[in-house]
Design a binder for this molecule. Structure first.
Ligand code: ATP
Ligand code: MG
Length: 333
């Protein structure tokens, strides 16, 4: 977990998203899906995506991520509910809705013997867009595929094939890009490259919705995070708010003798007793600077000693997105 990775420029971009969101670019309401098998994959999902944000849909295998984005993109029919894409109903106004969307699918199904250039050019044509060599060139260059444009797909590495999928999804200049598990199974370096590509797309104004089961990916990339589990959205929150909530740290002292209550001399600290008075817990904000932490904790430890309290062990613990995620997912099982 790397909390330092949200850089200043990113913060600046995030604040550009209006605090009061006027019209969401995607509005999902009451969406349910029961597959023919009878399995209920989505249960009355309500979700709004804001223009220009990166939204990460985080959930374990089988949670319903692919089902949800397949319905939004019009590839799978919903059993109930509706989806508006920039005001266009994705069923009754399918063509207008679909033209706004690019989808990078989870599965790598591609025409193995076609070359990169033709594959991407063809994808643009599918949306009835006029040929535009300059656009295709720009997309391929942005994805570092320009040198490979004459290669057959079968000759590319897995990571390059994934980029071709992104290029295909961008060929018709969509305003909204869905990436279904963009970095599943790719190495660390390529993952960082993909993140960079996604950031660049966002700064060019594209709204991004990505699904992932990597907490680190959601943490690294998203402006907002939605957690989905067993067909239900169990949490939607601004990442910054989530990280602030996660910033609390606990210092736990294992006492030599149990205490009946926290001594009045220590009343100004947020201390509490646990385990029948055998454990003293101090909760503090880890977002304070390191030196700030150290001073506060060493002062606290001195005062604890001065109050005559002896401890045999101490440790610190930081709650993490992973912990919250695991708890959310576990609660519902
Ligand atoms: N065509 C189908 N028929 C019946 N059940 C299906 C079908 N497609 C998906 N499901 C079921 O719906 C649930 C959600 O599947 P989905 O592919 O949306 O999950 P996911 O969150 O994308 O998972 P993963 O992380 O593995 O990609 C799963 O239990 C899956 O078995
Ligand atoms: Mg999936």
């Amino acid at each position: 977990m790397s909390h330092e990775t949200s850089t200043a420029p990113e913060q600046a971009t995030r604040t550009e998203i209006p605090a009061t969101h006027p019209a969401p670019v995607i509005a999902v309401s009451g969406l349910s899906k029961r597959y023919d098998s009878g399995f209920e994959a989505l249960k009355r999902i309500d979700l709004e995506i804001q223009r220009g944000e990166i939204f990460a849909l985080l959930g374990p295998n089988g949670a319903g991520k692919t089902t949800l984005i397949s319905i939004i993109c019009g590839l799978v029919n919903a059993s109930a509910g509706s989806v508006l894409i920039d005001g266009h109903d994705n069923v009754s106004d399918y063509r207008a809705a679909r033209a706004k969307i690019g989808l990078v699918p989870q599965e790598l199904t591609s025409d193995a013997f076609e070359n990169v250039w033709n594959t991407v050019r063809f994808s643009r044509g599918l949306f009835g867009r006029k040929p535009d060599k300059a656009h295709i060139e720009q997309v391929l260059k942005a994805l570092s595929l320009w040198d490979k444009r004459k290669n057959k797909l079968i000759t590319l590495s897995g990571g390059m094939k994934r980029r071709v999928l992104i290029a295909k999804a961008l060929a018709h200049e969509p305003e909204i890009l869905f990436l279904d598990e963009p970095t599943a199974g790719v190495d660390v370096e390529l993952r960082r490259d993909m993140w960079e590509v996604v950031r660049e797309l966002r700064s060019s104004g594209v709204t991004i919705i990505l699904t992932t089961h990597y907490i680190e990916e959601a943490e690294e990339m998203a402006d907002r995070i939605g957690v989905i589990n067993r067909g239900e959205i169990v949490l939607v929150r601004e990442k910054a708010a989530l990280m602030r909530q996660l910033g609390s740290k606990q210092l736990t002292l294992q006492l030599q003798k149990p205490l009946a209550s926290v001594p009045p001399a220590l009343a100004r600290y947020p201390l509490s007793l646990a385990d029948d008075g055998n454990v003293l817990v101090y909760t503090y904000d880890s977002h304070d600077t390191d030196s700030g932490d150290r001073v506060a904790i060493s002062t606290l430890l001195n005062e604890i000693e001065a109050a005559g309290i002896r401890f045999k062990d101490l440790h610190t613990k930081q709650s993490s997105l992973e912990e919250i995620f695991v708890n959310l997912v576990r609660e519902r099982q």
